[in-house]
Design a protein around this ligand. Sequence first.
Ligand code: ATP
Length: 434
Amino acid sequence: MKKEVNNKNNLMDKIISLCKRRGFVFAGSEIYGGLANSWDYGPLGVELKNNIKQLWWKQFVQMRDDVVGIDAALIMNPKVWESSGHISTFSDPLIECKKCKKRFRADQIDLKNCPECKGELGESRQFNLMLKTFLGPIEDKDSIVYFRPETAQAMFVDFKNVLETSRKKLPFGIAQIGKAFRNEITPGNFIFRTREFEQMEIEYFIKEENWQEVFKHWQKEMQSWMIDVLGLKQGSIHELDVPSSELAHYSKKTIDFEYDFPFGKKELYGLAYRTDFDLRNHFKDEVPYKEEGVEPFYPHVIEPTFGVDRSVLAVLCGAYQEEDERIVLKLKPQLAPYKVAVFPLLKNKPELVAKAKEVYDNLKKDFMVAFDDRGNIGKRYYSQDEIGTPYCVTVDFDTLENNEVTVRDRDTTQQEKIKVSELNNYIKEKIYGN
Ligand code: ATP
Protein backbone atom coordinates (compact mmCIF):
# COMPACT_ATOMS: atom_id res chain seq x y z
CA MET A 1 0.00 0.00 0.00
CA LYS A 2 2.74 2.41 1.03
CA LYS A 3 4.62 1.66 -2.19
CA GLU A 4 1.59 2.55 -4.28
CA VAL A 5 1.21 5.92 -2.54
CA ASN A 6 4.91 6.62 -3.07
CA ASN A 7 4.66 5.75 -6.73
CA LYS A 8 1.67 7.98 -7.16
CA ASN A 9 3.43 10.89 -5.43
CA ASN A 10 6.32 10.24 -7.68
CA LEU A 11 4.00 10.44 -10.69
CA MET A 12 2.88 13.91 -9.61
CA ASP A 13 6.52 15.03 -9.34
CA LYS A 14 7.19 13.68 -12.82
CA ILE A 15 4.19 15.50 -14.28
CA ILE A 16 5.16 18.78 -12.60
CA SER A 17 8.70 18.39 -13.86
CA LEU A 18 7.55 17.66 -17.43
CA CYS A 19 5.21 20.66 -17.30
CA LYS A 20 8.08 22.93 -16.36
CA ARG A 21 10.67 21.35 -18.66
CA ARG A 22 8.47 21.51 -21.75
CA GLY A 23 6.59 24.76 -21.12
CA PHE A 24 3.15 23.59 -20.03
CA VAL A 25 3.03 25.19 -16.57
CA PHE A 26 5.56 27.25 -14.58
CA ALA A 27 5.49 28.57 -11.03
CA GLY A 28 4.01 32.10 -11.18
CA SER A 29 6.39 35.02 -10.42
CA GLU A 30 9.18 32.46 -10.14
CA ILE A 31 12.10 34.89 -10.38
CA TYR A 32 10.74 36.63 -7.25
CA GLY A 33 10.43 33.36 -5.36
CA GLY A 34 6.92 32.56 -6.60
CA LEU A 35 3.61 33.54 -5.03
CA ALA A 36 1.68 31.13 -2.84
CA ASN A 37 0.73 28.41 -5.31
CA SER A 38 0.14 30.59 -8.33
CA TRP A 39 0.96 29.00 -11.68
CA ASP A 40 1.46 30.35 -15.20
CA TYR A 41 0.57 28.39 -18.32
CA GLY A 42 3.46 28.37 -20.81
CA PRO A 43 3.35 28.11 -24.61
CA LEU A 44 2.21 24.46 -24.67
CA GLY A 45 -0.02 24.68 -21.58
CA VAL A 46 -2.01 27.56 -23.01
CA GLU A 47 -2.64 25.56 -26.20
CA LEU A 48 -3.87 22.54 -24.23
CA LYS A 49 -6.04 24.74 -22.01
CA ASN A 50 -7.47 26.69 -24.96
CA ASN A 51 -8.24 23.46 -26.81
CA ILE A 52 -10.24 22.25 -23.80
CA LYS A 53 -12.12 25.55 -23.53
CA GLN A 54 -12.83 25.72 -27.27
CA LEU A 55 -14.11 22.14 -27.44
CA TRP A 56 -16.33 22.81 -24.42
CA TRP A 57 -17.74 26.02 -25.95
CA LYS A 58 -18.38 24.29 -29.26
CA GLN A 59 -20.09 21.28 -27.69
CA PHE A 60 -22.18 23.04 -25.04
CA VAL A 61 -22.92 26.41 -26.68
CA GLN A 62 -22.39 26.54 -30.43
CA MET A 63 -23.72 23.10 -31.30
CA ARG A 64 -26.82 23.38 -29.11
CA ASP A 65 -29.95 25.39 -29.84
CA ASP A 66 -30.81 25.75 -26.18
CA VAL A 67 -27.64 27.34 -24.71
CA VAL A 68 -26.23 30.84 -25.26
CA GLY A 69 -23.03 32.35 -23.90
CA ILE A 70 -21.98 35.48 -22.03
CA ASP A 71 -18.70 37.00 -20.88
CA ALA A 72 -19.47 39.11 -17.83
CA ALA A 73 -17.40 41.54 -15.77
CA LEU A 74 -15.31 39.83 -13.17
CA ILE A 75 -15.98 42.38 -10.45
CA MET A 76 -19.69 42.75 -9.78
CA ASN A 77 -21.78 45.01 -7.57
CA PRO A 78 -21.23 43.74 -3.98
CA LYS A 79 -25.01 43.46 -3.59
CA VAL A 80 -24.80 40.44 -5.91
CA TRP A 81 -22.85 38.58 -3.20
CA GLU A 82 -25.26 39.66 -0.47
CA SER A 83 -28.22 38.30 -2.42
CA SER A 84 -26.45 35.10 -3.45
CA GLY A 85 -25.55 34.30 0.16
CA HIS A 86 -21.80 34.39 -0.46
CA ILE A 87 -21.10 37.18 2.04
CA SER A 88 -22.84 35.32 4.85
CA THR A 89 -22.07 31.69 4.00
CA PHE A 90 -19.20 31.25 1.53
CA SER A 91 -16.66 30.23 4.09
CA ASP A 92 -14.50 27.33 5.23
CA PRO A 93 -13.69 26.41 8.84
CA LEU A 94 -10.21 27.74 9.63
CA ILE A 95 -8.10 26.33 12.44
CA GLU A 96 -4.73 27.67 13.60
CA CYS A 97 -1.93 25.89 15.42
CA LYS A 98 -1.15 27.72 18.67
CA LYS A 99 2.53 26.75 18.42
CA CYS A 100 3.68 27.13 14.78
CA LYS A 101 0.77 29.41 13.72
CA LYS A 102 0.15 27.34 10.54
CA ARG A 103 -3.44 27.44 9.34
CA PHE A 104 -5.52 24.51 8.12
CA ARG A 105 -9.02 23.76 6.92
CA ALA A 106 -10.65 22.11 9.92
CA ASP A 107 -12.72 19.82 7.68
CA GLN A 108 -9.61 18.52 5.94
CA ILE A 109 -7.70 17.34 9.03
CA ASP A 110 -9.06 14.82 11.50
CA LEU A 111 -6.33 15.19 14.07
CA LYS A 112 -6.39 16.73 17.52
CA ASN A 113 -2.91 18.20 17.08
CA CYS A 114 -1.16 20.19 14.38
CA PRO A 115 -0.20 17.92 11.45
CA GLU A 116 3.05 19.90 11.04
CA CYS A 117 4.47 20.37 14.55
CA LYS A 118 2.03 18.35 16.73
CA GLY A 119 1.28 21.55 18.68
CA GLU A 120 -2.15 22.30 20.17
CA LEU A 121 -4.79 23.53 17.72
CA GLY A 122 -6.97 26.57 18.48
CA GLU A 123 -10.74 26.92 18.04
CA SER A 124 -12.12 26.60 14.54
CA ARG A 125 -13.72 29.73 13.05
CA GLN A 126 -15.42 30.48 9.74
CA PHE A 127 -13.23 32.24 7.17
CA ASN A 128 -14.88 33.91 4.16
CA LEU A 129 -13.23 32.81 0.92
CA MET A 130 -14.02 35.86 -1.20
CA LEU A 131 -11.04 37.94 -2.30
CA LYS A 132 -11.55 41.63 -1.54
CA THR A 133 -10.26 44.76 -3.16
CA PHE A 134 -11.20 48.46 -3.46
CA LEU A 135 -12.68 50.00 -6.57
CA GLY A 136 -11.65 53.60 -7.23
CA PRO A 137 -9.15 55.85 -5.47
CA ILE A 138 -10.62 55.83 -1.96
CA GLU A 139 -10.03 52.81 0.23
CA ASP A 140 -12.97 52.75 2.61
CA LYS A 141 -15.79 50.34 3.35
CA ASP A 142 -17.99 51.81 0.62
CA SER A 143 -15.44 50.98 -2.05
CA ILE A 144 -14.97 47.32 -1.06
CA VAL A 145 -15.69 44.93 -3.93
CA TYR A 146 -15.01 41.23 -4.46
CA PHE A 147 -13.39 39.23 -7.22
CA ARG A 148 -16.10 36.76 -8.20
CA PRO A 149 -15.74 33.38 -6.44
CA GLU A 150 -17.72 31.64 -9.22
CA THR A 151 -18.82 32.62 -12.71
CA ALA A 152 -22.38 31.46 -12.04
CA GLN A 153 -23.87 34.62 -10.51
CA ALA A 154 -23.53 36.68 -13.71
CA MET A 155 -25.81 34.20 -15.48
CA PHE A 156 -28.51 34.87 -12.87
CA VAL A 157 -28.02 38.63 -12.74
CA ASP A 158 -28.06 38.88 -16.56
CA PHE A 159 -30.99 36.46 -16.86
CA LYS A 160 -33.56 39.03 -18.03
CA ASN A 161 -31.21 40.75 -20.47
CA VAL A 162 -30.29 37.44 -22.06
CA LEU A 163 -33.90 36.31 -22.15
CA GLU A 164 -35.06 39.47 -23.89
CA THR A 165 -32.24 39.63 -26.42
CA SER A 166 -32.01 35.92 -27.28
CA ARG A 167 -35.79 35.33 -27.14
CA LYS A 168 -35.21 31.88 -25.63
CA LYS A 169 -37.96 29.91 -23.89
CA LEU A 170 -37.58 27.32 -21.15
CA PRO A 171 -35.73 25.09 -21.07
CA PHE A 172 -32.56 26.99 -21.96
CA GLY A 173 -29.12 27.64 -20.57
CA ILE A 174 -26.57 30.44 -20.21
CA ALA A 175 -22.89 29.47 -20.32
CA GLN A 176 -19.71 31.26 -19.40
CA ILE A 177 -15.99 30.54 -19.23
CA GLY A 178 -13.89 32.74 -17.01
CA LYS A 179 -11.70 33.31 -14.00
CA ALA A 180 -12.86 32.89 -10.43
CA PHE A 181 -11.01 33.72 -7.21
CA ARG A 182 -11.11 32.11 -3.78
CA ASN A 183 -8.90 32.92 -0.85
CA GLU A 184 -8.35 29.18 -0.22
CA ILE A 185 -6.91 28.44 3.22
CA THR A 186 -4.69 25.66 1.88
CA PRO A 187 -4.03 25.86 -1.85
CA GLY A 188 -1.93 22.99 -3.18
CA ASN A 189 -1.48 19.92 -5.33
CA PHE A 190 -0.10 21.91 -8.26
CA ILE A 191 -2.94 23.44 -10.33
CA PHE A 192 -5.63 21.43 -8.48
CA ARG A 193 -6.39 24.04 -5.83
CA THR A 194 -5.30 27.62 -6.45
CA ARG A 195 -6.62 31.01 -5.43
CA GLU A 196 -7.11 32.12 -9.03
CA PHE A 197 -8.59 29.58 -11.43
CA GLU A 198 -10.94 29.20 -14.37
CA GLN A 199 -14.41 27.72 -14.58
CA MET A 200 -16.70 26.66 -17.40
CA GLU A 201 -20.27 26.82 -16.12
CA ILE A 202 -23.81 26.48 -17.42
CA GLU A 203 -26.94 27.63 -15.63
CA TYR A 204 -29.73 25.65 -17.26
CA PHE A 205 -33.18 27.12 -16.57
CA ILE A 206 -36.17 24.79 -16.34
CA LYS A 207 -39.66 24.30 -14.97
CA GLU A 208 -39.50 22.85 -11.48
CA GLU A 209 -41.34 19.64 -12.38
CA ASN A 210 -38.63 18.68 -14.90
CA TRP A 211 -35.60 18.92 -12.64
CA GLN A 212 -34.91 15.19 -12.25
CA GLU A 213 -35.06 14.50 -15.98
CA VAL A 214 -32.82 17.49 -16.83
CA PHE A 215 -30.40 16.58 -14.04
CA LYS A 216 -30.00 13.12 -15.63
CA HIS A 217 -29.48 14.69 -19.06
CA TRP A 218 -26.58 16.81 -17.79
CA GLN A 219 -25.15 13.92 -15.81
CA LYS A 220 -24.87 11.98 -19.09
CA GLU A 221 -23.49 15.02 -20.95
CA MET A 222 -20.77 15.43 -18.32
CA GLN A 223 -19.88 11.73 -18.40
CA SER A 224 -19.57 11.85 -22.17
CA TRP A 225 -17.44 15.02 -22.05
CA MET A 226 -14.98 13.43 -19.61
CA ILE A 227 -14.69 10.14 -21.48
CA ASP A 228 -15.20 10.96 -25.17
CA VAL A 229 -13.70 14.44 -25.33
CA LEU A 230 -11.08 14.52 -22.57
CA GLY A 231 -10.25 10.83 -22.94
CA LEU A 232 -10.34 10.10 -19.20
CA LYS A 233 -10.73 6.42 -18.27
CA GLN A 234 -14.20 5.46 -17.08
CA GLY A 235 -12.73 3.56 -14.12
CA SER A 236 -10.92 6.71 -12.89
CA ILE A 237 -14.14 8.71 -12.56
CA HIS A 238 -16.45 8.31 -9.57
CA GLU A 239 -19.79 9.92 -8.83
CA LEU A 240 -20.45 11.02 -5.27
CA ASP A 241 -24.01 11.84 -4.32
CA VAL A 242 -23.27 14.61 -1.81
CA PRO A 243 -25.06 13.85 1.50
CA SER A 244 -27.73 16.43 2.34
CA SER A 245 -25.82 17.59 5.46
CA GLU A 246 -22.93 18.69 3.23
CA LEU A 247 -24.89 20.38 0.44
CA ALA A 248 -24.10 24.03 -0.41
CA HIS A 249 -26.67 26.54 0.87
CA TYR A 250 -28.43 26.77 -2.51
CA SER A 251 -28.52 23.10 -3.48
CA LYS A 252 -31.16 20.39 -3.18
CA LYS A 253 -29.05 17.75 -4.89
CA THR A 254 -25.40 17.68 -5.96
CA ILE A 255 -23.23 15.06 -7.59
CA ASP A 256 -19.46 15.52 -7.37
CA PHE A 257 -17.56 13.89 -10.21
CA GLU A 258 -14.35 12.73 -8.59
CA TYR A 259 -11.19 11.71 -10.41
CA ASP A 260 -8.37 9.43 -9.27
CA PHE A 261 -5.61 12.05 -9.18
CA PRO A 262 -2.15 10.78 -8.10
CA PHE A 263 -2.75 12.47 -4.71
CA GLY A 264 -6.13 10.77 -4.18
CA LYS A 265 -9.75 10.73 -5.29
CA LYS A 266 -10.77 14.39 -5.50
CA GLU A 267 -13.51 16.56 -6.98
CA LEU A 268 -13.09 17.30 -10.66
CA TYR A 269 -16.54 18.72 -11.50
CA GLY A 270 -19.93 19.25 -9.90
CA LEU A 271 -23.56 19.02 -10.97
CA ALA A 272 -26.10 20.79 -8.78
CA TYR A 273 -29.83 21.37 -8.64
CA ARG A 274 -29.87 24.98 -7.39
CA THR A 275 -33.70 25.22 -7.28
CA ASP A 276 -34.97 28.79 -7.85
CA PHE A 277 -32.81 30.09 -4.99
CA ASP A 278 -30.66 32.46 -7.06
CA LEU A 279 -33.28 34.01 -9.35
CA ARG A 280 -35.63 34.47 -6.39
CA ASN A 281 -32.93 36.33 -4.43
CA HIS A 282 -31.80 38.55 -7.32
CA PHE A 283 -35.24 39.38 -8.71
CA LYS A 284 -37.09 40.21 -5.52
CA ASP A 285 -39.28 42.94 -7.01
CA GLU A 286 -40.14 41.38 -10.31
CA VAL A 287 -40.79 37.76 -11.25
CA PRO A 288 -38.45 37.43 -14.24
CA TYR A 289 -40.11 34.81 -16.45
CA LYS A 290 -43.42 34.99 -18.27
CA GLU A 291 -45.12 32.57 -20.62
CA GLU A 292 -48.47 32.86 -22.29
CA GLY A 293 -51.37 31.45 -20.35
CA VAL A 294 -49.59 31.05 -16.99
CA GLU A 295 -48.71 33.32 -14.09
CA PRO A 296 -45.11 34.69 -14.17
CA PHE A 297 -42.78 32.36 -12.26
CA TYR A 298 -39.19 31.78 -11.14
CA PRO A 299 -37.45 29.14 -13.27
CA HIS A 300 -35.44 26.46 -11.46
CA VAL A 301 -31.82 25.75 -12.32
CA ILE A 302 -29.55 22.79 -13.02
CA GLU A 303 -25.88 23.76 -12.91
CA PRO A 304 -23.11 21.70 -14.51
CA THR A 305 -19.78 23.20 -13.45
CA PHE A 306 -16.35 22.32 -14.84
CA GLY A 307 -12.99 23.51 -13.48
CA VAL A 308 -10.65 24.32 -16.38
CA ASP A 309 -7.40 23.82 -14.46
CA ARG A 310 -8.60 20.56 -12.92
CA SER A 311 -9.52 19.43 -16.45
CA VAL A 312 -5.97 20.18 -17.62
CA LEU A 313 -4.52 18.31 -14.64
CA ALA A 314 -6.78 15.25 -15.07
CA VAL A 315 -5.95 15.12 -18.78
CA LEU A 316 -2.20 15.29 -18.08
CA CYS A 317 -2.40 12.63 -15.34
CA GLY A 318 -4.46 10.31 -17.55
CA ALA A 319 -2.26 10.77 -20.60
CA TYR A 320 1.18 10.41 -18.97
CA GLN A 321 2.85 7.08 -19.76
CA GLU A 322 6.34 5.75 -19.41
CA GLU A 323 7.37 3.11 -21.91
CA ASP A 324 10.72 1.35 -22.31
CA GLU A 325 12.53 4.14 -24.05
CA ARG A 326 10.20 7.06 -23.96
CA ILE A 327 7.79 9.19 -22.00
CA VAL A 328 4.62 9.74 -23.98
CA LEU A 329 1.59 11.95 -23.38
CA LYS A 330 -1.24 9.96 -24.95
CA LEU A 331 -3.46 13.01 -25.33
CA LYS A 332 -6.56 12.83 -27.48
CA PRO A 333 -5.29 14.38 -30.75
CA GLN A 334 -7.89 17.16 -30.54
CA LEU A 335 -6.37 18.29 -27.22
CA ALA A 336 -2.70 18.08 -28.22
CA PRO A 337 -0.88 21.46 -28.39
CA TYR A 338 0.80 20.54 -31.67
CA LYS A 339 -1.10 18.29 -34.04
CA VAL A 340 1.93 17.53 -36.17
CA ALA A 341 5.71 18.07 -36.24
CA VAL A 342 7.86 18.34 -39.36
CA PHE A 343 11.51 17.20 -39.57
CA PRO A 344 14.04 17.50 -42.38
CA LEU A 345 16.08 14.27 -42.17
CA LEU A 346 19.34 16.24 -42.08
CA LYS A 347 19.88 19.80 -40.97
CA ASN A 348 22.89 20.44 -43.21
CA LYS A 349 21.19 19.61 -46.53
CA PRO A 350 19.56 22.87 -47.71
CA GLU A 351 17.31 21.10 -50.24
CA LEU A 352 15.85 18.89 -47.46
CA VAL A 353 15.37 21.88 -45.15
CA ALA A 354 13.70 23.90 -47.93
CA LYS A 355 11.31 21.07 -48.76
CA ALA A 356 10.53 20.52 -45.06
CA LYS A 357 9.77 24.26 -44.68
CA GLU A 358 7.40 24.04 -47.62
CA VAL A 359 5.56 21.08 -46.03
CA TYR A 360 5.55 22.93 -42.69
CA ASP A 361 4.08 26.14 -44.19
CA ASN A 362 1.37 24.18 -45.90
CA LEU A 363 0.42 22.29 -42.72
CA LYS A 364 0.35 25.57 -40.78
CA LYS A 365 -2.66 26.67 -42.80
CA ASP A 366 -4.69 23.98 -41.00
CA PHE A 367 -2.93 23.03 -37.77
CA MET A 368 -0.57 24.00 -34.97
CA VAL A 369 2.71 22.58 -36.28
CA ALA A 370 6.19 22.18 -34.76
CA PHE A 371 9.43 22.22 -36.74
CA ASP A 372 12.54 20.45 -35.47
CA ASP A 373 15.89 19.89 -37.16
CA ARG A 374 18.06 19.16 -34.11
CA GLY A 375 19.86 15.86 -33.43
CA ASN A 376 18.80 12.48 -34.73
CA ILE A 377 15.28 11.57 -35.81
CA GLY A 378 14.77 9.13 -32.90
CA LYS A 379 15.40 11.92 -30.36
CA ARG A 380 13.08 14.24 -32.23
CA TYR A 381 10.32 11.59 -32.09
CA TYR A 382 10.78 11.19 -28.33
CA SER A 383 10.76 14.92 -27.83
CA GLN A 384 7.37 15.18 -29.60
CA ASP A 385 6.02 12.08 -27.78
CA GLU A 386 6.68 13.80 -24.48
CA ILE A 387 4.42 16.72 -25.39
CA GLY A 388 1.75 14.55 -27.00
CA THR A 389 2.17 15.49 -30.69
CA PRO A 390 0.12 12.80 -32.48
CA TYR A 391 1.95 12.83 -35.85
CA CYS A 392 5.54 13.43 -36.98
CA VAL A 393 6.37 14.00 -40.64
CA THR A 394 9.89 13.37 -41.96
CA VAL A 395 11.17 14.82 -45.21
CA ASP A 396 14.03 12.74 -46.66
CA PHE A 397 15.83 12.29 -50.00
CA ASP A 398 12.96 10.17 -51.37
CA THR A 399 10.64 13.13 -50.79
CA LEU A 400 12.67 15.19 -53.25
CA GLU A 401 12.18 12.44 -55.84
CA ASN A 402 8.59 11.27 -55.33
CA ASN A 403 6.93 13.93 -53.10
CA GLU A 404 6.19 11.40 -50.37
CA VAL A 405 6.84 11.97 -46.68
CA THR A 406 7.01 9.49 -43.79
CA VAL A 407 4.23 9.98 -41.23
CA ARG A 408 4.83 8.39 -37.84
CA ASP A 409 1.99 7.74 -35.39
CA ARG A 410 2.71 8.67 -31.74
CA ASP A 411 0.79 5.79 -30.15
CA THR A 412 1.65 2.87 -32.43
CA THR A 413 5.00 4.30 -33.65
CA GLN A 414 4.02 2.84 -37.05
CA GLN A 415 5.21 4.73 -40.13
CA GLU A 416 3.40 5.32 -43.38
CA LYS A 417 4.35 6.98 -46.69
CA ILE A 418 1.95 9.76 -47.69
CA LYS A 419 1.92 12.06 -50.74
CA VAL A 420 2.63 15.70 -49.80
CA SER A 421 -0.46 16.75 -51.76
CA GLU A 422 -2.63 14.49 -49.54
CA LEU A 423 -0.91 15.24 -46.24
CA ASN A 424 -3.27 17.91 -44.82
CA ASN A 425 -6.35 15.83 -45.55
CA TYR A 426 -4.71 12.71 -44.17
CA ILE A 427 -3.91 14.42 -40.84
CA LYS A 428 -7.32 16.10 -40.73
CA GLU A 429 -9.08 12.78 -41.17
CA LYS A 430 -6.95 11.12 -38.51
CA ILE A 431 -7.60 13.88 -35.97
CA TYR A 432 -11.14 14.98 -36.66
CA GLY A 433 -12.49 11.88 -38.39
CA ASN A 434 -13.38 13.55 -41.72
P1 ATP B 1 -13.65 21.90 -3.40
O1 ATP B 1 -14.58 21.07 -2.56
O2 ATP B 1 -12.56 21.10 -4.06
O3 ATP B 1 -13.15 23.13 -2.69
P2 ATP B 1 -15.97 23.15 -4.45
O4 ATP B 1 -17.01 22.09 -4.21
O5 ATP B 1 -15.89 24.29 -3.53
O6 ATP B 1 -14.53 22.45 -4.61
P3 ATP B 1 -17.36 24.36 -6.60
O7 ATP B 1 -17.76 25.54 -5.80
O8 ATP B 1 -18.39 23.35 -6.93
O9 ATP B 1 -16.10 23.65 -5.93
O10 ATP B 1 -16.64 24.90 -7.92
C1 ATP B 1 -16.87 24.34 -9.19
C2 ATP B 1 -15.59 23.78 -9.81
O11 ATP B 1 -14.57 24.77 -9.83
C3 ATP B 1 -15.00 22.61 -9.05
O12 ATP B 1 -15.63 21.39 -9.40
C4 ATP B 1 -13.55 22.66 -9.49
O13 ATP B 1 -13.40 22.01 -10.75
C5 ATP B 1 -13.30 24.14 -9.67
N1 ATP B 1 -12.62 24.72 -8.48
C6 ATP B 1 -13.20 25.08 -7.32
N2 ATP B 1 -12.28 25.60 -6.47
C7 ATP B 1 -11.10 25.56 -7.13
C8 ATP B 1 -9.75 25.96 -6.79
N3 ATP B 1 -9.49 26.54 -5.64
N4 ATP B 1 -8.78 25.77 -7.71
C9 ATP B 1 -9.04 25.21 -8.92
N5 ATP B 1 -10.28 24.81 -9.29
C10 ATP B 1 -11.30 24.98 -8.42
